[in-house]
Write a protein of this length. Structure first.
Length: 209
């Protein structure tokens, strides 16, 4: 089954506390999400392969390492996922960014894809799917499925906060996808909100209701 990695670095945990706080305004919330995304990207790229090359330092020749293998693609789930993209790009500026948009069908309550735009070289990229919240897991399952249908082979999911129910849904539907979160919360409430969570991430990022 897909592994769950809880990134408990003190700086991330400190910032998540203020992201949760209902008194944190839109500007500060946006900045904190951006900062946590950068810190989490550091961890999610830990196992990227390296190769050795030779460079000339001001003193002598040196054998040193650079990234090898797959290029990176970042795919935010619209709309809240957009708030995490810039933070990752600060660390990996060469990454390409795709987008996936899904809405919940009011009759079936299942996610329906309404927008998808990916880099042309899907099969050659390692994708990071990003969304601040992993609640029921339905949207993330469908987003990952959309990437796989287009040929994506290596995918990781990165969220700030997850509910145990959402984690289980991803593990069952996509056992090959590792999940990276800053915290796994208590449960979902009857409306599908994560408890204690942080409210509606999209509304808090963009100042909407």
């Amino acid at each position: 089954m897909g592994n769950v990695h809880v990134i408990d670095h003190p700086l991330i945990q400190h910032k998540i506390t203020y992201i949760r706080d209902k008194n944190t305004g839109t500007k500060e919330f946006r900045e904190l999400v951006d900062e946590v995304a950068t810190l989490m990207a550091f961890e999610i790229t830990r196992d990227m392969p390296l190769k050795e090359i030779e460079v000339e330092t001001p003193v002598s020749k040196a054998t040193s390492k650079v990234l090898a293998g797959k290029k990176i693609g970042i795919v935010p789930i619209l709309r809240a996922g957009i708030g995490m993209v810039d933070g990752i790009l600060k660390l990996i500026p060469a990454a390409k960014v795709g987008h996936v948009g899904l809405y919940r069908d009011p009759e079936t309550l299942k996610p329906v894809e309404y927008y998808l735009k990916l880099p042309s070289d899907v099969q050659e990229r390692f994708f990071i799917v990003v969304d601040p919240m992993l609640a029921t897991g339905g949207t993330a399952v469908e987003a990952i499925h959309s990437l796989k249908k287009r040929g994506a082979k290596q995918i990781k999911l990165m969220c700030l906060i997850a509910a145990p129910e959402g984690v289980e849904v991803i593990q069952e539907a996509h056992p090959d996808v590792d999940i990276y979160v800053a915290g796994v919360d208590e449960k979902l409430d009857e409306k599908g909100y994560i408890v204690p969570g942080l409210g509606d991430a999209g509304d808090r990022l963009f100042g909407t209701k």
